[in-house]
Design a protein around this ligand. Sequence first.
Ligand code: ADP
Ligand code: ZN
Ligand code: MG
Length: 485
Amino acid sequence: MSADYEAVIGLEAHVELATVTKLFCGCLNEFGAEPNTNVCPVCLGLPGSLPVLNRTVVEYALRFAAALDFHVPEESIFARKNYFYPDMPKDYQISQYEEPILVDGQIEIDGVRIGIERAHLEEDTGKTTHMGGGGRIHEADYSLVDYNRAGVPLMEIVSRPDIRTAEQARAYVSELRGVLKTIGVSDVKMEEGSMRVDANVSVRKVGATEFGTKVEVKNMNSLRSLGRAIDFEIERQVEAIEAGERIVQETRHWDEADGRTHGMRTKEGSSDYRYFPEPDLVPLAPSAEMRTAAAGQVPELPQARRARLIAEWGIAETDARVLVDVEGLADFAEAAVAALTDGAARDVANWCTGDVLGYLNETGLSIEVLPLAPDGLAELVGLVAAGTLSRNQAKDVLAECLREPKRPKQVVEERGLEQVSDTGALAAVVDEVLAANADAVDEYRAGDDKVKKKKRGFLMGECMKALKGQGNPQMLNQLLDERLG
Ligand code: ADP
Ligand code: ZN
Ligand code: MG
């Protein structure tokens, strides 16, 4: 982007709440069921049916409020948002509009406060599948509607336009996701649609006080595409303005394949939705008890956990981030550290972010199904710390323990891997090797630094060869130092 411009970004995240039942009826909130099996008169909008608010949804929203410092007004109001679409059986969506359940929250990203203007509750729509003609409505032979998702509870989380870069937008979503997951209210999978994020993007000249006209970009299904879409859109707007064009307020569609945004329709103004208060629901007024109870259900949040691991284990921020971000990895590491008898927490963290994570990524397995238990990893770290295994040997042992239900000590025994750390045994090998390679020793003694380095490496290699790679390298080095002078 030209240095004369800066971007202004606000994000709207829709999160499916992981309740057992839907927002206003007792139907199961379940992904992947046979189409139109989780439906009833309420979520199908049949005449005479009445919505009843799901208490757990309110509890989840209050928990989220406690996590991100929202203000929870005394009352919030449900409203009807009217529009016609075949996947919305009532022809209106029950949502919150002027008086949402949560206002004024915040997330801190690298020391920058990103305001969250509101979070409100609403019901999801059903799902339409266009059959034939490449899945698009205009070329379809016919369309199928599945109402299982209709009435599933959503929370829409609307940030203030405080975000300035695609990078920051990604960090914001990533943090938001971590928080929602940690407090247990959603599984927040962008790829599966349980979290959908739309980006509002505008640009302005650096130093300008007013915002430019914003464009809303939809259809990003990963953090990566969110970042790409924002970067593309910023560039497109700057080029348009530089070419003397005006930005039109519209909704644009991100196309993952061509890496561009495409105009869809000019955005409806809110007046098009003819919002009015939902007559079938009373105002939502969470009791003091509910508010207090929710605050007590917020566990340690990702930011705090990272800070604690960095302080206690002396690990880098990037490692702490990986541990906390990967499902179950920090729990595993903490359990392993608790089981340590020898070795450092930092070593546990390194194995977790290195070989353990590598194996999880390679196999697509989740950490709970690994045959390796946390105390197995603690045992491995102990074997390295005690000098029984070299790091390279430990790598092999770990690889086996990740695949088969074996303890590290068992693998060491089976393979006869034990590292030779006995001074007498090592000294004998060193003496033999030096005697058998007297030429190399002479050349070492007479040589310059380069020659010394080369001969020294050769002799070390011979010692290791004689010990089948199982000599303790620090001790061998020390013995060689003593003998070679
Ligand atoms: P709308 O009336 O279109 O819903 P809102 O003012 O409610 O617009 O804002 C919707 C989202 O757009 C919020 O996330 C907000 O931060 C963001 N936003 C508002 N104005 C701008 C702007 N000029 N540029 C970028 N984002 C903006
Ligand atoms: Zn139902
Ligand atoms: Mg709005």
